[in-house]
Every structure is written in structure tokens, then in C-alpha cells.
Design a protein around this ligand. Structure first.
Ligand code: PLP
Length: 437
């Protein structure tokens, strides 16, 4: 499927399909409108495709670009530090400075190790939890995404809402073929935001549960904030049963604030994962944790390694990102613009007669369509009208507003009120057009 507006991308995609599996390098890139696109450049809040279309970018490339595209300080830092070498396979000064900075900013970051992406940092945390507790499984929640590796490649999609099974014993539907059969036995799965379910599960199975992993805000499905007392309750249960509490802050890190969601909510996990925004688009992630947990790695009881870890450009990008965010402290502005966008979306939905549910917090916004109430967990997200969301997102895209296909919008530090007003104008047009169909 293609149209003239995207013809060059369509031609390149056809060519790419001869050499890149499915024409892309990450599964998610297929889910663009009207198909995977080729981009030529990005600047600030805007990105341009090879057909010359300009988009206000509310995807931030799946989140990393907290300072927008091509931020000059990030690019200069990468350039300057790379001029000294690209990879030493040894320690270097800026890596130490970055670690000290994160230690200062993030409550759970008493010690850390850097890696390349969120997926592998998550697995490192599981290894630490297993080693320290002597237990083998982890508990995770429906609709939370923790990367694409084997043991977390379940519980994020379902062939049908019924296939989820009962709330107190969900069926972990696999997202991929080819997973090792035993990977399904590595975890327990529950719906999120229901402390009673976690309590019951731990009472019954705490002897085999080494860790609970949660996105502190469920950003991957619906951008749902935790119910009052939920994270605090998880903290208390983990303490009671000798279970590691792991916050997956891959999305919330540097986005909700420099100290992540753990600072925002005042709950300190045992370990947390930071990726995406900390590197402004360069491959760097961190597993950070309290000393008593990270001691598993310090002592080499747990092995963590990686040839490419802390390559110069990635560390320079992260350092530049922190320093811009610290100096400019854009969070109040990002939260205000987020409110402005959420309120504007709600007003326009009302005005045009659409049943839109707008959720989120600060610079993370989610839009879905449903006659139901708000969203509390993954099962609510599944009830949203996918066809209507598809129309909405495609309409916005054709009008030059790029939003993540599942209805997620991110704001960067460089988005302005003008970007919000521009997007809302487009939203009004698209919602009105949807009424004509
Ligand atoms: N955890 C969360 C919450 C994520 O959103 C993602 C990616 O979207 C990951 C982990 C995996 O990170 P990466 O894609 O860097 O491997």
C-alpha cells in the first residue's frame, strides 16, 4: 500500500526488502503509516522523510530524543570526544564523571554498570536478583515492555482479550515464535495496578520469586500512572519477602525528571534500568542499584560485560544530555506543555463528538478511543477502538504530525507552545474528517 506522498519511501522499502529482513532493522519500524518510511534528517522538534514531507515529531524516535533531533551540544560533544578515540576497551574519565553524575541524580544509583540498550540491562538486573536471593523467577505485569529478549517476550500482546485468561492467573501469550520452551517458566505474570493480586502471588510463590519488575508508569500501554500507594505497596512486599524491586525506567528516566519516576513518586527501588533518553539517541543504558545488590557484580559473582560498553560517542552524548537538562531544567515547561496538549485534545474530542480517552503524565501523552472510563491496566487498553486510533494517527501523519502508532506522544525539551498549537490544529482537522466517513 502506498500513495504519491510517500512514493520515494515506498520505492526504497521495496528495494530494502531484498536485503533487510522485512525491509527494516527493528520490528516496530514496520508499523508506520502507510508503511515503513525512510527519513533524510531531523532538527529540533521536526523530522523530514525522503519525499520531503516535514513532520512535527512527537515520537522522539521511540523516546530517546529528549533534546530533540540533532541538538548542537550533543553533536559537538560526540564529535569532540570521538576525536580522542572511539573505544578504548578500558576506563576513561568521562565515563567516571557520568557515573558520578547519575549517582548524584538517581536515588537508587549507589552503584552502576553501563550497557548498550534497555533489553540487556533488564537481563543484567534479573541475573543480579537471582544471584543475591538464590531464587529463580521474576514477577512482571501484563502490557509492560521490558525489551525483546526471550523471557520478557510474553504478556505484551494477545490474539484476543479472552486469551489473556483470568486476572489472578493470566496466560502469558508469546509475542514471537522461536522462544526457548523453558522461557515461559521464568516468570509469573499479573495485571498491573492491583496490589491484592501481588500480595496473593507472593504469599503463594515468594520462595521462587527473586524480583518484581515494573515500569513505574505504564508507558508502553496507555501511559497509566500507578494507583495511590501501589508502588509503595510493591516496595513493602519486596522488603517483606526478600524480593528485588526493579523499576524499568527506560522511558521515564530523564523524562519525568532527572531522577526518574523514583524521585517523582518518592519510592526507591533496589535496582533500576535507564536507557533511551539518557543517551539522546546514542546506544547507552545503565543498570543502577543499591550497593548491596550491585555487590553481586562488583564481586564478580555475577558477570556483566560488553565490548562496546561506554564507547566514547555514547558517553559524550549522555554527558551532554545531562548537562543541558541540568542547566536548562526544562521539566516545568515540559509538564505545562503536556497539560496543554492533554487539555486541548480533550476539548477538541468533545467539540467534534469523539469518545477520546486522554491519559498520561508530564511530557508523555496517550490518546485512545473508547466509550468506557479511564485506563487502569493493560486489559482496559485492549478494549480501545484500534480502527479508530489507526484513522486518527494516519490522518495526523498525512497532515505532518508524527505520533507513535499506539497513540503515544512524547514532548522533548525543545518542543514549544507553537508545536502544541500546530498539532492541535491538525487534531481538530482530523477529528472533523473522521466524522465525515
Ligand atoms: N523497557 C522499556 C520500558 C522500554 O520501553 C523498552 C523499549 O522500548 C525497553 C525496556 C527495551 O529497551 P531497548 O529497546 O533499548 O532494548
Amino acid at each position: 500500500m502506498s500513495n504519491e506522498k510517500y512514493q520515494k519511501s515506498a520505492d526504497l522499502l521495496a528495494r530494502a526488502k531484498n536485503v533487510l529482513a522485512g525491509g527494516v532493522s527493528s520490528e516496530f519500524r514496520k508499523y508506520n503509516h502507510p508503511h515503513a518510511l525512510f527519513y533524510s534528517h531531523g532538527s529540533g522538534s521536526r523530522i523530514y522523510d525522503v519525499d520531503g514531507n516535514e513532520y512535527r515529531d512527537f515520537t522522539l524516535s521511540q523516546g530517546p530524543l529528549i533534546l530533540g533531533h540533532s541538538h548542537p551540544e550533543v553533536l559537538k560533544a560526540v564529535h569532540d570526544y570521538s576525536a580522542k578515540g572511539q573505544l578504548f576497551a578500558g576506563q576513561h574519565m568521562m565515563e567516571l564523571e557520568l557515573a558520578e553524575k547519575l549517582q548524584e541524580l538517581i536515588p537508587s544509583a549507589e552503584m552502576m554498570r553501563f550497557c548498550l540498550d534497555g533489553s540487556e540491562a533488564v537481563q543484567t538486573a534479573f541475573r543480579v536478583a537471582r544471584s543475591k536471593t538464590g531464587k529463580s523467577k521474576f514477577l512482571r505485569f501484563e502490557g509492560h515492555y521490558h525489551g525483546w529478549l526471550d523471557n520478557v517476550c510474553y504478556g505484551i500482546s494477545t490474539p484476543s482479550p479472552e486469551a489473556l485468561g483470568p486476572r489472578n492467573a493470566p496466560s502469558p501469550n508469546a509475542w514471537s515464535q522461536g522462544l526457548p520452551p523453558d522461557s515461559i517458566n521464568e516468570f509469573h505474570l499479573l495485571p498491573w495496578n492491583d496490589l491484592e493480586l501481588v500480595k496473593a502471588k507472593l504469599e503463594e510463590s515468594h520462595h521462587e520469586i527473586a524480583a518484581i519488575i515494573t515500569e513505574p508508569i505504564m508507558c508502553n500501554n496507555g501511559c497509566i500512572v500507578p494507583n495511590e500507594g501501589y508502588l509503595k505497596g510493591l516496595r513493602a512486599l519486596c522488603d517483606e519477602y526478600n524480593v528485588a524491586l526493579i523499576f524499568d525506567e527506560v522511558i521515564t528516566g530523564f523524562r519525568i525528571g532527572l531522577g526518574g519516576a523514583q524521585t517523582y513518586f518518592g519510592i526507591t527501588p533496589d535496582m533500576s534500568i535507564f536507557a533511551k533518553a539518557i543517551g539522546s539517541g546514542y546506544p547507552i543504558s545503565a543498570i543502577v542499584g543499591k550497593k548491596e545488590w550491585m555487590e553481586e557484580i562488583s564481586s564478580a559473582r555475577v558477570i556483566h560485560a560488553g565490548t562496546m560498553n561506554t564507547a566514547n560517542p555514547t558517553v559524550a552524548a549522555a554527558m551532554a544530555t545531562v548537562s543541558v537538562l541540568e542547566r536548562e531544567n526544562p521539566y516545568a515547561k515540559m509538564f505545562d506543555l503536556g497539560d496543554q496538549l492533554r487539555n486541548g485534545l480533550r476539548d477538541l474530542a468533545k467539540k467534534t463528538g469523539h469518545n477520546m480517552i486522554v491519559s498520561g503524565i508530564g511530557p508523555i501523552i496517550h490518546t485512545g478511543f473508547s466509550d468506557g472510563d479511564g485506563l487502569n491496566e493493560f486489559r482496559d487498553v485492549l478494549k480501545l477502538d484500534k480502527a479508530k486510533l489507526g484513522q486518527f494517527i494516519s490522518g495526523l501523519h498525512d497532515d505532518g504530525v508524527r505520533v507513535i502508532g499506539r497513540g503515544l506522544w512524547y514532548l522533548s525539551a525543545v518542543h514549544t507552545e507553537e508545536d502544541i498549537l500546530h498539532a492541535l490544529k491538525s487534531v481538530e482537522k482530523v477529528l472533523a474528517k473522521m466524522n465525515e466517513k
